[in-house]
Design a protein around this ligand. Structure first.
Ligand code: ASP
Length: 423
């Protein structure tokens, strides 16, 4: 998967400009006073329409993106079965680290409460989830009608259906292969659509940010800054505590050397905001600098770039807490559990391209009945966070790869310690 680089300022720069301009314009309107024609034509007219169209374009991608990328992902898991023990260890660690990541994020969001006092209202009525019985939860996972599940955006049912379809494809011999090729092509087309629609982002971000600041003034700023730093702190905690502890405890490897080896890869992930674009360098790093055998790395790294997104899950956890607080909605323990499960699964369905995590955030919000328009609050600072969380995403892939390789005796400790370098 390529990231697009075309002439003119990069998309990141354009989004940052859109964000800065929206902020200034919104504050100006707030200073003049939002009433009369400013309110009717600008804030609730132009800015509202522009922002809503952008959000709708992101939301429309959710079902196709998750469905297609999961069908393809399940086909990749066919190799997991072939790889047996290595596959199971890798998958288990990928899912476990993501679940830890999102739990940390939810804990931080409920302690710091960055969205409290935002005082927004939504027309969408929120009903906190009553804890249903376990049997209802299990039965509810299986769609009686997959088309209805898609029409209603029932993500867990879509995930189950995509998984079953992917499984059937891999078991169907030639016809399955042909159809899988079709799904692979469809995946590339959906990714392209993501990139095309992201070109609207600078304008969409301008409208959304301007509207928030016109209505909220400087008060919005402090909430956003709070949100931004909570995400950054949790990303840092996960990278500097979870990964080092796992490396040390499970594999006896030095975390300091790990991050020293990862320097270039992290820089690339940061600047491209794409795990996929970084994949070749991540692979090179774990094989040549960390001494992981190709037989392991060539499986775990591409799988990780596709399904393991700890940084993304952290953003989604904090964002969910933030949006609930901003709209004055209390999440029940059942909702929290639902967010952990959905964000972990969402990370499987998140493509390793810029801003994909924002799209699957809509899926997490919808699963716990939070207003999807809440994404408009955080979208302005998302590009910067995307860069940082992508660096965490690829670090997680490399960390799990080292642990699995070490446990299989497929990691050269001399190379890892820098005593022996491949030419
Ligand atoms: N940009 C991230 C990645 O490629 C995905 C996301 O969180 O948007 O890993």
């Amino acid at each position: 998967m390529q990231t697009h680089r075309e002439g003119g300022p990069s998309l990141t720069l354009q989004i940052l400009i859109g964000m800065g301009a929206g902020l200034a314009f919104g504050l100006l309107l707030n200073w003049i006073g939002v009433s009369g024609w400013i309110e009717a034509f600008l804030v609730k007219g132009l800015l509202h329409v522009g922002g809503s169209i952008f959000l709708a374009s992101l939301t429309l991608l959710v079902v196709p993106l998750v469905f297609v990328s999961l069908v393809c992902g399940t086909a990749a898991l066919d190799d997991v079965a072939k790889l047996g023990r290595v596959g199971a260890k890798t998958l288990g660690l990928y899912l476990a680290t993501t679940a830890i990541a999102v739990s940390l994020a939810l804990a931080a969001a409920s302690i710091v409460r960055p969205g409290a006092g935002f005082d927004l209202h939504t027309d969408a009525s929120f009903q906190s989830q009553q804890a249903p019985s376990l049997s209802d939860v299990l039965i509810g996972l299986f769609p009686t009608n997959p088309v209805q599940a898609m029409a209603e955006g029932n993500m867990l049912q879509i995930i189950v259906f995509a998984g079953l379809l992917g499984l059937a494809l891999t078991l169907s011999g030639e016809p399955g292969k042909r159809l899988l090729k079709f799904f692979d092509d469809l995946n590339s087309v959906v990714m392209r659509l993501v990139m095309l629609l992201m070109r609207l982002a600078p304008y969409g971000v301008f409208c959304l940010i301007a509207k928030v600041f016109a209505l909220q003034g400087f008060a919005a700023m402090s909430h956003l800054v709070h949100y931004f730093f909570v995400v950054l702190v949790v990303l840092a905690l996960h990278s500097l505590i979870t990964y080092p502890s796992l490396l040390k405890l499970l594999a006896g490897l030095s975390p300091i050397l790990f991050f020293r080896h990862m320097r270039d890869t992290i820089a690339l992930a940061f600047s491209t905001a794409s795990s996929n674009a970084t994949l070749p360098v991540t692979l090179e790093t774990v094989e040549h600098k960390m001494g992981v055998e190709n037989s392991i790395a060539s499986f775990t790294i591409p799988l990780g770039a596709t399904i393991n997104m700890d940084g993304t899950a952290i953003m989604q956890g904090v964002a969910t807490g933030f949006i609930a607080q901003a709209y004055g909605i209390d999440l029940s323990p059942m909702d929290y559990a639902m967010v952990v499960v959905t964000a972990t699964l969402a990370s499987i369905g998140t493509a390793g391209v810029p801003s994909a995590g924002l799209i699957t955030l809509a899926m997490v919000l919808r699963q716990v009945n939070l207003p999807v328009e809440g994404i408009g609050l955080i979208i302005g600072v998302d590009r910067l966070l995307d860069m940082v969380r992508t660096a965490v995403n690829v670090s997680g892939d490399a960390c799990v790869t080292c642990i699995v390789a070490a446990s299989e005796g497929q990691l050269s400790h001399e190379t890892y310690r820098g005593e022996m370098r491949d030419p």
